[in-house]
Design a binder for this molecule. Structure first.
Ligand SMILES: Nc1ncnc2c1ncn2[C@@H]1O[C@H](COP(=O)(O)OP(=O)(O)OP(=O)(O)O)[C@@H](O)[C@H]1O
Ligand SMILES: [Mg+2]
Length: 249
């Protein structure tokens, strides 16, 4: 709804690594229940933007608000309450190899809830069913295919029923059918739970299937922020080049 405050707002965000400026005054707002796709060339700062929003990177300047709150002290109860409402599927999956899939999915529940083991276990089974991976319960990450690993990591990201989910290249390295399955799952999560999903992807099929809105990063700025259909209508420049798979200067 137009008059609801955005779930995420980013204002004049500047992020630097040493003396290298990666984000140079990014403005953006993500609204409830939208699927937002972040696009831009490799190294343009997509992961950096996600990490800044979830508080893993401290910006040089600017403001990030999530659920109306500026995260500034990760140790504080108020900030950790916000962080509990965010699920993150990192670019490289990052399941713990020495734990089973079930133990991996249980981790956030054990860290942030104090329910009895039986309740945790029921929840883990439910989450694995949600990502269509019930049979992987007792397997170790090393025994899974790439697509299964992604879905297991997604089950873990969803363990606490976050209303906001970030996915950094969820379908990288997956075959088109598995990748389409992940897209369907994200759409279903948005439809059934109304969650806001922020996805970084380069896959044109995925973008076409899931994107409500696009944020296109280029040279440290948000070059485009608006509906997918509008992005597709752009005739020239980096956004058009991206969809045409053309090299941009
Ligand atoms: N921890 C870091 N220290 C120094 N430089 C970094 C660090 N992380 C990222 N960078 C640099 O910042 C720039 C943006 O990186 P980032 O990972 O955000 O890009 P990206 O858009 O996610 O790229 P990709 O599409 O390849 O994942 C790159 O030039 C990268 O080398
Ligand atoms: Mg990245």
């Amino acid at each position: 709804m137009a008059d609801q405050p955005p779930v995420v707002s980013v204002e004049r965000l500047i992020v630097r690594y040493g003396d290298k400026t990666v984000l140079d005054g990014v403005n953006a707002a993500f609204c409830a229940s939208e699927i937002r796709v972040i696009l831009g060339g490799s190294g343009c700062g997509k992961t950096t933007l996600l990490r800044s929003i979830v508080g893993l990177i401290k910006p040089y300047s600017g403001r990030v608000r999530v659920f109306g709150r500026q995260l500034d002290d990760m140790e504080s109860d108020a900030d950790s309450a916000v962080l509990r409402r965010i699920g993150v599927l990192f670019q490289n999956g990052a399941l713990l190899g020495s734990l089973t899939v079930a133990q991996n999915v249980a981790l956030p529940l054990e860290l942030h809830t104090d329910g009895p083991q039986k309740v945790v276990d029921e929840r883990v089974r439910y989450k694995l069913a949600q990502v269509e991976l019930p049979h992987a319960y007792g397997l170790f990450p090393g025994e899974l295919s790439g697509g299964m690993r992604k879905r297991a990591a997604l089950a873990r990201a969803l363990a606490l029923d976050p209303p906001l989910l970030f996915c950094d290249e969820p379908s990288a390295g997956l075959d088109p059918v598995t990748s389409a399955g992940l897209d369907t799952l994200l759409l279903r999560l948005r439809e059934t739970l109304g969650i806001t999903v922020v996805v970084v992807t380069h896959e044109l099929f995925s973008i076409e299937k899931i994107a409500d809105k696009i944020l296109f990063l280029h040279k440290g700025k948000a070059l485009f922020d608006g509906p997918y259909s509008e992005a597709r209508g752009i005739g020239e420049g980096p956004v058009a080049d991206f969809f045409l798979r053309k090299e941009t200067d």
